[in-house]
Design a protein around this ligand. Structure first.
Ligand code: NDP
Length: 255
């Protein structure tokens, strides 16, 4: 009798997941996906009312959930929040922002803010989560919500592209630092998805058409289309994958 290989498990039962920016958009979708796949999820963001509402909705859906009010750009607060909790097996670095204007119009505050949230915060959370996992000798999965803009350039997005390219570099290098301890680090790179972050962009006449013409599928992405990738990267189904980027870009970067 031929012995068939065992199919990988997409469940994450018994795992603990921290999702930054988990109260909205892609982060809430990631938290929902991980919760439905069996994980306990902790949402982290700044606005407590939004966190409470998101957590209540997850619990209504029989998902084990809590939340922490946390500005992920504050290194000491990140360290304290993660040190005071049980170790997280899964970290989704999702909190992010964009200030899309041409570089010649970009001010210093915007440059600082985008790098604080999109780059430095992911360093702080990854460092704190990895420290706990290494101390407990546990495997883990760090998932960076990057962007197709971590792989290409685009007008009005010099700052955002630079921040997401930095996240891609961090993903690759950290995968090497943590790989021997079975802590994997990967990124997810979505195309444009309608969320609070992109709402103002799509209010601009012609922008939606400009975007859709650059997506092979001819349409924007949806938050639910990120959920499968999150579960895949969090679970043992992706056990051989680290330092990689999953493109969820509808074909944008295949042009
Ligand atoms: P949203 O604006 O819907 O959500 C952003 C989340 O991040 C909110 O929960 C917000 O909560 C939280 N957040 C922002 N700043 C901080 C902070 N300093 N500390 C803690 N939490 C913070 O954004 P999206 O869902 O659209 O984007 C999520 C990620 O996906 C981002 O990294 C973005 O770059 C990336 N992405 C988005 C795409 C899109 O088209 N939407 C495409 C590709 C990538 P609060 O304000 O309460 O802190």
């Amino acid at each position: 009798m031929i012995e068939l290989p065992t199919c990988p498990d997409f469940r994450v039962d018994g795992k603990r997941a921290l999702v930054t920016g988990g109260s909205s958009g892609i982060g809430l979708a990631a938290a929902t996906a991980l919760g439905r796949a069996g994980a306990h999820v902790t949402l982290a963001a700044r606005r407590s009312a939004e966190l409470g509402n998101a957590c209540a909705a997850l619990r209504d859906s029989q998902i084990s959930c809590d939340f922490v009010v946390l500005d992920v750009t504050q290194s000491a607060d990140v360290d304290a929040a993660i040190a005071n909790a049980l170790p997280y097996d899964i970290l989704v670095n999702n909190a992010g922002m964009n200030r899309p204007v041409p570089l010649i119009e970009q001010n210093d505050d915007e440059i600082d803010q985008v790098f604080e949230v999109n780059v430095k915060a992911a360093f702080y959370t990854s460092r704190a989560v990895a420290r706990r996992l290494l101390a407990a000798n546990r495997p883990g999965s760090i998932i960076n919500i990057s962007s197709q803009m971590g792989h290409v350039g685009s007008p009005g997005r010099v700052l955002y592209c630079a921040s997401k390219h930095a996240m891609e570099g961090m993903t690759k290098a950290l995968a090497w630092e943590l790989g021997a301890k079975n802590i994997r680090v990967n990124s997810i790179c979505p195309t444009f998805i309608e969320t609070p972050m992109t709402a103002a962009m799509f209010d601009k006449p012609g922008f939606r058409q400009w975007v859709c013409e650059r997506i092979a599928l001819g349409r924007l992405g949806r938050v639910d289309e990120v959920m499968g990738a999150v579960v895949f990267l969090a679970s043992s189904a992706s056990s051989l994958m680290t330092g990689s980027a999953l493109m969820l870009d509808g074909g944008w970067t295949a042009a």
